[in-house]
Design a protein around this ligand. Structure first.
Ligand code: SAH
Length: 344
């Protein structure tokens, strides 16, 4: 494992195994997670000899900015980052009144195959390491010169398909000896991997869980998300109820509205029925069309009607505000264009 992905205790052991004094670990941990330095040569309180040993034994998983798009409307920024192996990932920074929120990727590509999503078109390339998730946040904080206060794990990839690295990332980024981002300000979004929802519940983190539900019935869900063949809506809801029992933290249900596919009044009623009485919040997302598929956004009147039905049934609901409209690109689209030489 790379050093930046380790807890302080693990770093202590790693340094001890190199014949170094224990306090060296604390120094390096601070360079990484407080001073946000990701180059051993800048760690001036380490000897040249130790720096060289670290360079040889624990290469850093760099996340290097290769492109940035800035919205002139609301300051939203999209970053393309290159990894050590040449793979490219994307992250987004949104400015809200309550602070700066960063949306990170958890994998290079994705194997879930959702029909409207660009991240999955070429399948899964590999998991990101905890350090590569951290560095998306660190690099953005350095780039904007302001503190990042919120994180959403809603970029490319399925976080629960990279579970152990995700949990490590959450623990490190919320560590009070590190960047110290409150877990309450972190949201993790999953397409609904049932065993992992339960495992996540048992960890009793303070993080918000978001479920990409996108349809209230199995057959509609299957038409949009292949993962729906593996887990039924009923199983997901059962796992969510377990999560609520253990954590009592409101769950967000994401619902991307696709014209003619999942935006009928009937489905809004079924969704209301499904979520009735649950500590839940529905986030309606007008689908962001990708050029490889012919899905269209629902009309605004349809979206309003869908929202109305939920409200009438006492379901908490909001329509996701569109950020960075002028640099709009669906999940995974930037990386794809970049790889194909399409962005200039
Ligand atoms: N794999 C995780 C997290 C990444 S996707 C998940 O499925 O939740 C984050 C959210 O954006 C998911 O709800 C996903 O379904 C949605 N999404 C992906 N592509 C989209 C698009 N083109 N338009 C609207 N929503 C999209």
């Amino acid at each position: 494992m790379d050093l930046m992905s380790m807890t302080l205790e693990e770093m202590n052991n790693a340094l001890a195994a190199m014949g170094e004094k224990k306090f060296r670990a604390k120094q390096i941990y601070e360079w990484f997670h407080v001073k946000l330095v990701s180059d051993y040569n800048e760690m001036t309180n380490l000897s040249k000899d130790l720096r060289n040993k670290l360079i040889a034994e624990y290469p850093i998983m760099h996340v290097k900015e290769v492109k940035r798009f800035v919205s002139e409307i609301d300051g939203t920024m999209k970053f393309l980052f290159e990894l050590n192996d040449g793979n490219v990932i994307e992250s987004v920074m949104m400015k809200y009144k309550h602070g700066n929120s960063v949306c990170i990727s958890s994998q290079v590509g994705c194997r879930m195959g959702c029909k409207f999503c660009a991240s999955t078109l070429d399948g899964l390339i590999r998991n990101l390491t905890p350090s590569e998730m951290l560095l998306q946040v660190y690099e953005i904080q350095k780039a904007i010169g302001e503190r990042v206060s919120n994180i959403v794990v809603m970029g490319s990839g399925e976080p629960f398909d990279n579970f152990d690295n995700l949990i490590r990332f959450i623990e490190l980024v919320s560590d009070e000896n590190g960047l110290n981002i409150s877990q309450r300000n972190i949201t993790v979004s999953t397409c609904g991997i049932v065993e992992k929802i339960r495992e996540f519940a048992d960890l009793k983190l303070q993080v918000t869980l978001a479920i990409s539900i996108h349809a209230p019935t199995d057959s509609y869900r299957q038409s949009l998300m292949p993962v729906a063949y593996r887990y039924t809506v009923a199983e997901i809801i059962e796992a969510c109820k377990y999560y609520l029992e253990v954590n009592n933290r409101r769950i967000t249900f994401e619902y991307s509205l696709v014209k003619g596919a999942n935006d009928s009044e009937e489905l809004a009623k079924e969704l209301s029925h499904l979520l009735k009485g649950m500590l839940a919040h529905v986030n309606l997302i007008p689908v962001n069309p990708i050029k490889e598929r012919d899905y269209e956004q629902s009309d605004s009147s349809h979206i309003a009607q869908f929202k109305n039905v939920l409200e009438k049934n006492n379901i908490n609901v909001t329509i996701r505000r569109e950020m960075g409209r002028d640099i709009a690109a669906a999940c995974g689209q930037l990386r794809r264009d970049y790889k194909q030489g399409g962005t200039s």
